[in-house]
Design a protein around this ligand. Structure first.
Ligand code: DX5
Ligand code: ZN
Length: 224
């Protein structure tokens, strides 16, 4: 069974207690922190910024999984020099005319490169950039907001991305599922071939259990 990784979405922490929530997550031990950057152009919302990432790096050693939902990502990437080889910087295929160039620039910084696709973007757009990516992020809701409902067709999309990666010789590339990754949906995403799971309001931050209980339940589902 492939190892699954938990990546709690930091846009879901209590904004009045960000540092203590992050410290709690770090103490229970998570694999990544998912950092959603939004610019109110690519998506209709504004969330975490480069300043947030720089401040986070000063208090945390957990690898970052940065999800850039912003236009012109190439203008912001050079600001992320605090990132290293354990971090992933992920851009959206739809956010730039030159995704290959931007992905190569991320790797040139010594950081892992990820490509994200929206629910309406077909899997075939990934084919010619597979040599340039370490991770594919499959949006399972339309990006912009926490607390949405899964778009069922995206489960089959994860299966098709895994098939494409295996067939083209890129089986080591990780697939991340992002959006309504509830305990129930994580079972299906795991069966479809996902590796990294963005844990948000519907799982790790669910009020039904403590952080520790939720994480344990999650890890059992994703095979660790
Ligand atoms: C979008 C974000 C949220 C995050 C919130 O890019 O990353 O979707 O997953 O988690 P849920 O969907 O469980 O509230
Ligand atoms: Zn995200």
């Amino acid at each position: 069974m492939r190892k699954g990784y938990v990546s709690p979405s930091l846009m879901c922490v209590d904004l009045m207690n960000v540092q203590s929530d992050i410290e709690k997550l770090e103490k229970v031990g998570v694999d990544y922190f998912h950092v959603d950057m939004m610019d109110n152009h690519f998506v209709p919302n504004i969330t975490l910024s480069t300043d947030f990432i720089k401040a986070l790096k000063k208090i945390s050693k957990t690898p970052l999984d940065i999800h850039m939902m912003i236009e012109h990502p190439e203008q912001t990437i050079p600001e992320l020099t605090c990132c290293d080889e354990n971090d992933i910087i992920c851009i959206h295929y739809e956010s730039t005319l030159h995704p290959q160039k931007v992905l190569a620039s991320i790797r040139a910084m010594g950081v892992k490169a990820g490509i994200a696709i929206n629910p309406a973007t077909p899997v075939c757009v990934l084919e010619d950039i597979l040599p340039d990516v370490d991770m594919v992020l499959c949006m399972t809701v339309n990006p912009g907001f926490a607390g949405q409902k899964l778009i069922p067709a995206t489960l089959d999309k994860i299966t098709r991305i895994r098939k494409l990666l295996n067939e083209k010789g890129y089986s080591e590339v990780l697939i991340e599922a992002d959006g309504n990754v509830s305990f129930e949906n994580a079972v299906k995403m795991h069966a479809a071939g996902a590796d990294i799971y963005v844990a948000g309001t519907s799982s790790i931050f669910s009020k039904a259990g403590t952080l520790e209980e939720n994480l344990e339940k999650f890890r059992k589902i994703i095979g660790e």
